[in-house]
Design a protein around this ligand. Structure first.
Ligand SMILES: [Zn+2]
Length: 332
């Protein structure tokens, strides 16, 4: 089944940790064990921005999120946890991680209350910045994260930022940036960053910049952290930026910044509703929340919802079935 397609009354057959068949029930091969239910089936849901150390992995998985990307945590804790989480009987989602965020001396997040010591790695000079990438790269990160937060202290120089991007790209690693404060989005894009870890919320981006971003950079939404269900100027600014970015064809990824304030573990319906406010339609939202369509050969990660999210996004909150790596973690 391709992205955006919906199959009526399908059968899905899993073999080990892979999907062996997706299609009409009468064509399905015999299976040892059968689960039947009136579910809307999705491939496993991915949250592209979490801090799993500030949440409960078990609740994340039971809430329908089977795969998370941790975007900043001390490497001595997060990389071993990411390794352990690859076992399909791990009590939580599969975790991949950025490790520490590369920043300048005294820069974000070194003085932030949420971040344990080691969440930021402070560099001085381009050579040091490239060296930090090399050290992180040795631990098999999912992505390299840089901090460009001009509201929380000094930021990396352009030379350091270029060195981070160059060293990461030389190793086939993408770079995601925390941008905050006037001009920081432009700096990130100019240096060749691949992704913004949050949709910018501290300034309205110009149309020219938004269009350039849409051609080269992906954006992780993390919209709800600006308001937690209320309306705030920060949310409005982020929505305005994301709306124009999506309309220009930019790639949006679902991410909640789980661990930052009262974001619930599992699928966060309000984040999906904000993506709809930014102009994404149902199929686009489901694509932003998944890694690949549900098809033969895919990872045997499945989420069953009571209701069709393409009719009502609220159905994303009614998780009734969770399968990770072929194992039933929540079910009838
Ligand atoms: Zn974060």
């Amino acid at each position: 089944m391709g992205a955006g397609e919906v199959l009526e009354s399908p059968a899905v057959v899993l073999e080990g940790s892979r999907v062996a068949f997706v299609g009409p029930a009468w064509e399905a091969p015999e299976a040892d064990r059968e689960l039947r239910g009136d579910w809307f089936l999705l491939p496993g849901v991915v949250d592209h921005h979490v801090h799993i150390g500030l949440s409960d992995p078990r609740a994340v998985l039971r809430g329908g999120v089977t795969f998370v990307r941790d975007l900043a945590w001390p490497p001595e804790d997060i990389f071993p946890l990411a390794d352990i989480s690859q076992a399909t009987d791990f009590e939580g989602p599969a975790i991949v991680a950025a490790g520490p965020m590369i920043t300048t001396r005294g820069g974000y997040p070194t003085a932030s209350g949420w971040a344990p010591a080691g969440t930021g790695i402070e560099v001085a000079g381009a050579e040091d910045a490239a060296g930090a990438v090399a050290r992180i790269a040795a631990q098999d990160p999912a992505v390299i994260k840089v901090a460009l937060n001009a509201e929380a202290g000094p930021t990396l120089t352009d030379a350091e930022l270029l060195a981070v991007c160059g060293a990461a790209h030389d190793r086939g690693l993408a770079v995601t940036a925390h941008v905050q404060g006037r001009g920081q989005t432009e700096r990130a894009m100019g240096a060749g960053v691949d992704e913004l870890a949050h949709c910018p919320w501290t300034e309205r981006l110009t149309d020219e910049l938004v269009e350039a971003l849409a051609r080269s950079v992906a954006v992780v939404g993390t919209l709800d952290i600006h308001s937690y269900g209320r309306t705030t100027p920060e949310l409005e600014t982020a929505l305005d930026n994301l709306r124009r970015f999506a309309a220009a064809g930019g790639r949006v990824r679902y991410g909640t910044d789980l661990g930052n304030g009262p974001i619930p573990p599992g699928i966060h319906v309000r984040e999906a509703l904000h993506l709809a406010e930014a102009g994404l339609d149902g199929p686009a939202i489901l694509r932003a929340m998944t890694l690949s369509p549900l098809r033969e050969g895919a990872e045997a990660d499945l989420v069953g919802l009571a209701g069709d999210p393409l009719e009502h996004l609220e159905a994303l909150g009614r998780v009734r079935l969770v399968i990770r790596g072929g194992g039933v973690r929540l079910g009838p």
